[in-house]
Design a protein around this ligand. Structure first.
Ligand code: GLP
Length: 245
């Protein structure tokens, strides 16, 4: 079992605990962090910006790699993950933009871009501290159910469930891209330490399947069971089926 931090109903507590975890690991010289998007890490980024503005932390020496990006959205598209990172973190802290990496979804050849990104990760990695969210179907990054645990950065076709879940960020489901570039499960498992953030009742079953059932490619997050250093930070709702153990 991973180390689980239960944060009750306090979202602030969850954000603080996630920030404490990351900040501790960012203190290492030239730390390489892996960052995620979606709604789960938003409070973490808010807390990191607050601490930076209070003069408590600096990103000057940090290199950051994102997990994934939609194919077809340019970095200045408001729904792209590149835009998200600027809006919620990079635009408000002292990270050097040359030290921020994210797959480019607007290229002609996404497969070639996936390879380029994988090489970058191998050159700069391993990642010291990887932040993850989890999809309602157990995906991590954009590794959808059925993904082999040995996969590296690749182009994926998004499942209907993922497109539906993410449609809330777009004006309609038709605007949600059908493909993405994501680091693979093998890349994620190469990280030295992992923090998975989950909030809300709709994540409870995915977490149960990920950590309380035998690992299976049907639930990509279950690959994390083989990693020696995973921490999961949850609120009451997301953690309710793990707590029963
Ligand atoms: C998206 C992202 C994942 C993220 C997941 C959960 O599809 N590619 O990296 O973890 O969905 O998102 P949320 O935190 O908004 O529930």
């Amino acid at each position: 079992m991973p180390h689980i931090i239960f944060c009750g109903t306090s979202e602030e507590e969850l954000d603080r605990r996630a920030a404490d975890w990351l900040v501790e690991r960012m203190a290492k010289p030239r730390a390489v962090v892996g960052l995620a998007t979606g709604s789960s890490p938003l409070g973490l980024y808010r807390e990191l910006v607050r601490r930076h503005q209070a003069g408590e932390i600096s990103f000057k020496d940090v290199r950051a790699f994102n997990l994934d990006e939609y194919v077809g959205l340019s970095p200045d598209h408001p729904m792209s993950y590149a835009y998200y990172m600027k809006e919620h973190l990079y635009g408000h802290v002292d990270i050097d933009p040359v030290n921020t990496y994210i797959p480019n979804g607007a290229v002609q050849d996404p497969k070639e871009e996936a390879l380029r990104y994988d090489t970058l990760l191998s050159t700069h990695g391993p990642i010291d501290a990887q932040i993850l969210g989890i999809g309602t179907n157990g995906h991590i990054g954009f590794n959808e159910p059925g993904t082999d645990f040995s996969t590296r950065t690749h182009v994926v076709e998004l499942t209907e469930e993922t497109r539906q879940s993410n449609a809330r960020f777009f004006s309609s489901i038709d605007e949600v891209p059908t493909e993405a570039i994501t680091v693979g499960i093998a890349n994620i498992l190469e990280s030295k330490e992992i923090l998975l953030i989950a909030r809300g009742a709709n994540k409870a079953e995915a977490l149960r399947r990920a950590f309380l059932e035998p690992p299976t490619s049907d639930v990509p997050a279950s690959a994390l069971q083989s990693h020696p250093n995973v921490t999961v930070v949850v609120d009451d709702e997301a953690g309710k089926l793990l707590k029963a153990q």
